[in-house]
Write a protein of this length. Structure first.
Length: 114
């Protein structure tokens, strides 16, 4: 599992840095130069789309883990159900807020790049 997550991290880093690696040195303005300057914008849009998807998947996994831990805690100590439920809702809101910020950031990046 560690290998898969590391490979995914490397893939995301390469997509984010593709904008830098595709950049061409300044040349005389021709029709070809206009085509090459639009390629990094397309790569940035693709990276932003992948980033939005990863943010949503990460939020789903995070909220699932929070719910699982809360249910396990309530099963072990039913008398603490109210306290555990309140903490679970707070943690789920924080995870969802972080995912929402990531999605908005990627959406702004995609709109700026296009």
């Amino acid at each position: 599992m560690k290998l898969v997550s590391r490979a995914a991290l490397v893939l995301v880093a390469l997509l984010c840095l593709a904008d830098v690696s595709v950049a061409q040195p300044a040349a005389a303005p021709t029709a070809q130069a206009n085509v090459t300057t639009q390629a990094p914008a397309k790569m940035t849009g693709i990276g932003a789309g992948i980033g939005m998807g990863l943010a949503i998947v990460g939020a789903g996994i995070g909220i699932g883990l929070v719910g699982f831990a809360a249910l396990s805690g309530i099963a072990r100590q039913p008398e603490q159900a109210g306290t555990i439920r309140g903490t679970m809702i707070l943690m789920a809101a924080l995870v969802e807020g972080a995912a929402l910020i990531a999605v908005v950031f990627c959406l702004v990046l995609a709109l700026i790049a296009s």
